[in-house]
Write a protein that binds this ligand. Sequence first.
Ligand SMILES: Cc1cc2nc3c(=O)[nH]c(=O)nc-3n(C[C@H](O)[C@H](O)[C@H](O)COP(=O)(O)OP(=O)(O)OC[C@H]3O[C@@H](n4cnc5c(N)ncnc54)[C@H](O)[C@@H]3O)c2cc1C
Length: 482
Amino acid sequence: MSAVHEDLREGGALVLGAGISGLACAHALNRRGVPVRVLELAQRAGGVLRTEVRAGFRFESGPNTVPASARAFRSLCDELGIAGRLVVSSDVSRTRYLFHRGRLVALPASPAALLASPLLSAGAKLRLCSEPLRRLRSRAGASGAEEASLEAFLEERIGREATRTLGGAFVRGVYAAEIDELGAESAFPRLVAEARAAGGLVRAMLRNKRAAASRETQDLPGPASGSRSDLLSFPDGFEELPRALATVLGEDLVLGAAAEGLERVGERWRVITPRGSFEAPRVILALPARACLRLLEPHLPAGATRPLAEVRQASITVVHLGLDAGLLPPGFGFLVPPDAALRGPAPLALGVLFPSNLFPGRAPEDASAVTCIYRTQDLAKVHDPLEQARADLALALGIERPLPRVSLTRVWNDVIPRYAVGHRARVEGLRGALAGSAPGLSLAGSTFDGVSVEDCIASGRGAAQAALDSAAEPAPIRTTNP
Ligand SMILES: Cc1cc2nc3c(=O)[nH]c(=O)nc-3n(C[C@H](O)[C@H](O)[C@H](O)COP(=O)(O)OP(=O)(O)OC[C@H]3O[C@@H](n4cnc5c(N)ncnc54)[C@H](O)[C@@H]3O)c2cc1C
C-alpha cells in the first residue's frame, strides 16, 4: 500500500521536465509563492544544458552561447543573483566562417563586404541587393494552410543561391534541419513579422540594427556589451544556470521522477512517477514531444494529439576535441551550407565551434577547444565520429588530421524539434484542445515555442504566468509515495 503525504501549502503546480524551460517555469511560480514540484526523469537538472570538464578543457555539450540581447535569459540570471557572473564573448568571435569551395570564407559583416565576398556569384549578389526594391506585403498573421516554407519565403526575397548558401547554413546551425523542412513563420516568427512590417528583409535588418544600438542591451542586467552580435556565457560554462535554479528550488526539484502516467482525479491531476505520485490542480508539461504524447493521449479527443506525433526531431552527435594551440583561425567557428558537398569534398559536420576563441577557461593556456556538431543520421555510415571530426577539421582548416589531447562524444536523441509548415497553427490547435478537454494542463518548451535558450526561458515563464492567471482557487499539492 502507498503511504500518503499531504502537503498542506496553498495552491500548487507540477512542472514535468527540468530542462531550462521547466526550471524557468518552476522558478517563476516559486517566486510568486506557488508551491511547486519539478519532476525530472534524469538524475541531473538542465536537460541539454550540460558542461563537461576533461583534462583542463571545459566543453559545452548543449548550448554554448546566448545573444547579449536575450532579455528573458538576463532577467532570469538577475533573479538568481548570477547576472554578475555572465561573460561577454571576445571580439574575435564576431568573425564567422562558411565552408565554401574547399576552404573557410568569413561571412561578410557589411553590405560592402558582401559585394566583395566570394561566397555568392555576381548574379546572386545583384538579386540580394535588389530585395529592398521588391516590397513585401504586410499580412496580419497566417494560418497553417497559408504558411510558406522557409525556403520559398527566402527564395522569393533573396533568390535561390543566397537562400541555399546563407539561409541554408544558418538553419542547419540553429535547427539541425534543411531549409526546405521548416515553415517560415513557424521557425522564424520574429524575422517574418519584422520583414512584413518593414516591407522586406533588408529593410527589417537595417531597422533592427539602428534600433538595437540604442535599446537592446543597455537596460538589461549583467555586463554591458558593445555589439549586438556579442554573446554570453558563464566562466564555469552554461551549466551554471541550471545549477543555480536547482539550488533555489531545493527539494522542490525531484530527480529520477519520470512522469509515467497522468490521471484526472476530480478537479486535480495526478502524475505517476517511480518516486511516488504527485497531485495538483495544475500541471505544466515541459517535455519532449513523445513524452507529452504518451501523457496527453488519454485525455484529448481522437486526433487532437496528432501535432505531437507529427513533430520530427533531430538527434545530434557532438564531438569535442582538445587540440594544441595554433591550429584554429580567429573566429567563432564555421557552418557548412547544404550544397557544399555538390562542389567537392565537404565536412559532414553541420557546424564546428571554436569555444576557446569565445570565452576564457575553455582550454588550458597552450591548447584550443573545438566542438563539431553532427546530425546523428548523417553519421549512419561512419564507424567512428571522432575520426570523422578529425577528417572534417583537416579538410576545413587545411591541416593534417589533428591528434586530440582529449576527446568526448555525446549523443542527444530526438532533441531539436523541426517546426515544419503549419507547426504554429497545430500548436495553437493543441493548446485549444487542452483548454477544452483538460483544464489545468499546459505546455512549455522547445517542442512548442522556439528552440533557443531565450525562447525556452520565455516559454517557461509564459506558462507560469498563464497558470497563475488561470488559478481560480488555490489548492494543496498532495504527494503519494510508493
Ligand atoms: C547540441 C545543442 C546545442 C545547442 N546550442 C544552443 C545555443 O548555442 N544557443 C541556444 O540558444 N540554444 C541552443 N540549443 C537549443 C537549446 O539548448 C534547447 O532547445 C533547450 O535547452 C531545450 O530546453 P527544454 O527545457 O525545452 O528541453 P530539454 O532540455 O530537452 O529538457 C526536457 C527535460 O525533460 C526531461 N524528461 C523527458 N521525459 C520526461 C518524463 N517522462 N518525465 C520527466 N522528465 C522528462 C528530460 O530528461 C529533460 O531534462 C542547443 C541544443 C543542442 C541539442
